[in-house]
Design a protein around this ligand. Structure first.
Ligand SMILES: Nc1ncnc2c1ncn2[C@@H]1O[C@H](COP(=O)(O)OP(=O)(O)OP(=O)(O)O)[C@@H](O)[C@H]1O
Ligand SMILES: [Mg+2]
Length: 501
C-alpha cells in the first residue's frame, strides 16, 4: 500500500539553527503516526512545512502519490490537510462560533451571515465534548482547556483527511482527554490519517500505530507500537538513559508562609482556606473547571476577591494587583505563557530581565546587564533551553523552550511563595526532571511552593501535600502516598460530596 503522505529528506534551517536535517516521514490512510522528541527537536517545524506555513530548504512532499511543489497555507487546506497548532490561534474577542467559522460563515438567502445556523452548527460540533459553554461567548473568557477543545472542533469542521495534532492534550485533563480519544478513534474509523505530537508518552503508547522519534532535527527511529518499550523511547528521545522520572528529596516543612483564610469570589470559590509552608511543595489537583487557576489568580490580585484574608509570614496583607503580589514576595507562573507569561517579540534576555528589573538596577534605573546575563545563562544551562543565544527572540523558540523561559525568569527571582500553574505543560521528559529539581531546590532554600497540575501522577509524586479542588472548594487534603490515583479521582469528581449531601 502506498502512503497517503510521504515527506522525504526534509531540511530546514533558521539563522543559527538547523531545525531539520534530511528528515523523512510517512503516513498511511487511517493510521495514527506519533511524532515524539525533546523540546526543540523539530516536530512542529516539520508540521509547519506540511501545512504550508514554512517552506523547506530542500526535500520532497508527496501527497497521494503526487509530488507537491508550491505550497501555501490555503493550498494545503485545499489538499485536505488540517492542523491543530500547538499554540492556540483563536481570536480572543470573537465568539466561539465566529472563531470556528471565520472566513466561511454559513450564509442566508440575502447573503448575510446566517447566525442562527452558525450557532447550531457550532453546538453540533462541540456536542461530543459535552462542554457547558455558550457558543456566543467570547473566546477570551474561556480557559486554556476550553480553547484547546474549540481549536480541535474547528479543525474537525474542515473535514481534513490528514489531521495534525500538535500537543492537543497539553491543556486537557482526564475527562476531556478521554473524549478526545473517542473522537480520534471515530476519525480513524472514517479513514482519517493522523499525525500526533505529544510529550505524554503513555498517550503515545496507547494511540499510535507507529512512532517516529526526532532528536536535534534528525530522524532517529520509526517503529510500530509494541515494538518499542517506554524506556527505549525515552532513551532515543534524550540520547541517554534517564535514571529517574520523579527525583526524590527530603522536604523540611517549616512555618506557614502563605495563609489563605475564607477566600471568597463569586463563581470561583467560597470560604476557601489553605496554608502553604516554607520548605514544602503543596499540590492542587482537580478537573478542568474546578477553579484552581482562578483561585490562584484571585490570591494574586489578578482577580478581585470579595471576601477572606491573606497572610504572608504571619502578617495580614492586602493584595490589590499583581504588582502588589510580587512585592509581597509571591510569584505566579501562569499556565498561558503566550498571554501572561512572555512577550514573544522580545528576546530571552529581556523577558527574563522583566522579572528582576527592580532587583538588578542601579540608581537611575540602569540595568546590571552582566549580572542578569550570568543568571540567565545559568538557567539556560541547567534547564537545557535550546536557543542560539540570550538575544534570540522568544517567538522563535519551540513551544517547550518558551515554557522553560517563563519558568527561568521566576527561578531567577527569589520569592517567598512560588505558585506554578501547569509548570510542565509541553515540556519533554528529560527537562521535566530538571524542573522538578528546581522546584525542590526552591523548597529547600525555604520557599513555599504551590503547584497546580493536571497530570495526576506528577503531582502525586512531587508534591508533599495535595489538595483536591472540586467546584471551588478544597474537598480533601492529604500527604504524598496517602491516597491512590483512583481515590483522588473520586474526590475530583465530587463523588464524596454527593454521598454526604
Ligand atoms: N521561526 C523560527 N526562527 C528561528 N528558529 C526557529 C523558528 N522556528 C523554530 N525554530 C527553531 O527550530 C528548532 C525546532 O523547533 P520546533 O518548534 O520544531 O521544536 P519542537 O520539536 O516542536 O519542540 P517543542 O516540543 O518544544 O514544541 C528549535 O531550536 C527552534 O528554536
Ligand atoms: Mg512544538
Amino acid at each position: 500500500m502506498e502512503p497517503i503522505l510521504a515527506m522525504k529528506g526534509i531540511t530546514k534551517t533558521f539563522p543559527g539553527v538547523i531545525a531539520l536535517s534530511d528528515v523523512s516521514f510517512d503516513l498511511y490512510k487511517g493510521e495514527l503516526h506519533a511524532l515524539v522528541g525533546e523540546n526543540g527537536a523539530g516536530k512542529s517545524t516539520l508540521m509547519k512545512i506540511l501545512s504550508g506555513l514554512y517552506k523547506a530548504d530542500s526535500g520532497d512532499l508527496i501527497l497521494r502519490g503526487e509530488k507537491i511543489v508550491s505550497t501555501g497555507l490555503r493550498e494545503m487546506i485545499g489538499h485536505r490537510i488540517g492542523v491543530i497548532y500547538q499554540e492556540l490561534n483563536l481570536i480572543p474577542y470573537l465568539s466561539v462560533a465566529e472563531n470556528i467559522f471565520i472566513g466561511r460563515e454559513p450564509l442566508n438567502r440575502v447573503n448575510g451571515i446566517d447566525w442562527k445556523k452558525m450557532r447550531s452548527m457550532t453546538k453540533e460540533l462541540l456536542e461530543p465534548f459535552n462542554l457547558d459553554i455558550d457558543v456566543t461567548q467570547k473566546v477570551c473568557t474561556l480557559g486554556a482547556a476550553y480553547q484547546q477543545i474549540i481549536e480541535i472542533a474547528k479543525a474537525l469542521s474542515l473535514k481534513a483527511e490528514i489531521l495534525v495534532m500538535d500537543e492537543p492534550t497539553a491543556a486537557l485533563t482526564g475527562n476531556e482527554v478521554d473524549k478526545l480519544f473517542d473522537i480520534i478513534a471515530k476519525l480513524k474509523n472514517d479513514g482519517v490519517s493522523i499525525i500526533y505530537i505529544s510529550h505524554r508518552l503513555e498517550e503515545v503508547h496507547h494511540l499510535a500505530d507507529r512512532i517516529t522519534i526526532l532528536r536535534d532535527g534528525k530522524h532517529v527511529v520509526t517503529k510500530k507500537r509494541g515494538e518499542m518499550s517506554n524506556d527505549e523511547m525515552v532513551r532515543h528521545m534524550v540520547g541517554r538513559v534517564l535514571e529517574e522520572q520523579y527525583p526524590q528529596y527530603e522536604s523540611t516543612p517549616g512555618d506557614p508562609v502563605l495563609e489563605v483564610k475564607n477566600l471568597t469570589k463569586k463563581g470561583i470559590c467560597e470560604n476557601l482556606s489553605f496554608t502553604a509552608r516554607s520548605g514544602e511543595i503543596l499540590g492542587f489537583v482537580g478537573l478542568v473547571g474546578a477553579g484552581r487557576t482562578e483561585i490562584m489568580q484571585t490570591i494574586y490580585g489578578y482577580r478581585k476577591k470579595e471576601g477572606g484574608e491573606i497572610f504572608m509570614n504571619g502578617k495580614k496583607v492586602e493584595i490589590r494587583n499583581c504588582q502588589d503580589a510580587v512585592q509581597k514576595g509571591i510569584a505566579l507562573i501562569p499556565e498561558e505563557r503566550k498571554q501572561q507569561g512572555l512577550i514573544l517579540g522580545m528576546s530571552v534576555f529581556d523577558n527574563a530581565a522583566l522579572a528582576v528589573l527592580d532587583l538588578y538596577s542601579r540608581t537611575g534605573g540602569i540595568l546590571k546587564r552582566s549580572k542578569i546575563n550570568a543568571e540567565v545563562n545559568k538557567m539556560i544551562d541547567s534547564m537545557d533551553i535550546k536557543t542560539p543565544s540570550v538575544r534570540q527572540l522568544v517567538k522563535n523558540l519551540s513551544g517547550g523552550n518558551q515554557q522553560k523561559v517563563v519558568l527561568a525568569k521566576w527561578f531567577i527571582r527569589h520569592c517567598d511563595v512560588y505558585i506554578f500553574d501547569e509548570p510542565t505543560r509541553g515540556i519533554d521528559v528529560g527537562a521535566k526532571v530538571e524542573i522538578f529539581r528546581l522546584m525542590q531546590n526552591l523548597a529547600l532554600r525555604g520557599a513555599a511552593v504551590v503547584m497546580i497540575s493536571s497530570e495526576l501522577p506528577e503531582v502525586m509524586n512531587i508534591a508533599d501535600r495535595i489538595a483536591v479542588v472540586f467546584e471551588g472548594r478544597i474537598v480533601k487534603e492529604f500527604a504524598r502516598g496517602e491516597l491512590n490515583e483512583e481515590q483522588v479521582m473520586e474526590y475530583s469528581l465530587g463523588l464524596h460530596e454527593k454521598k454526604h449531601a
